[in-house]
Ligand binder design. Sequence first.
Ligand code: MG
Ligand code: ZN
Length: 185
Amino acid sequence: MTKIYYDTEFHEQGPDSPIDLISIGMVTEHGSELYAVSSEFDQNAVRANPWLVENVWPSLPTYKHPKGVRCACGPGHLDRAHPDVRSRPQIARMVQRFITAVPDPVLVAYYGSYDHVVLAQLWGRMADMPEGVPMWTWDIRQEMHCLGVDELPRQEEGQHNALADARHNKVMDDYLTGVRLRRGL
Ligand SMILES: [Mg+2]
Ligand SMILES: [Zn+2]
């Protein structure tokens, strides 16, 4: 088994519109990493969401429009020329390669239900998920519940950057593994 910790940032508006991938970060238990920002998310919708502007937008590759240009963009524009910014099909291929490069991958996220759907929808429907990509995600939050653990190590920095969050998922999961071992589970 090889654990792959991941996190996504996304924009969602309830059941009548898709969960829109903004960014994804993945880290294997051996330290390989992947990070990508979608070129396709609805920038206007994200800029109109104060929580996303405050928490997610600052770590995305963006630029402000040139001085003198009239533009209502506020926090700026996504920098589509930045190497981290890729189309959804490109991200889907990268993620598939990343996951299938390790033996017996297990996907691990924190409060991972939405993350799993955002990941799965890179390929369309559930039935479209490619061979070798797990159809479920291990949830650190569920493991906390099972072990009766109330507190996990705090993330010092980078919250809501998908890669920083994915790295911290490993920190939290390592902590829970320690709890399990101490209890002989
Ligand atoms: Mg996150
Ligand atoms: Zn602008």
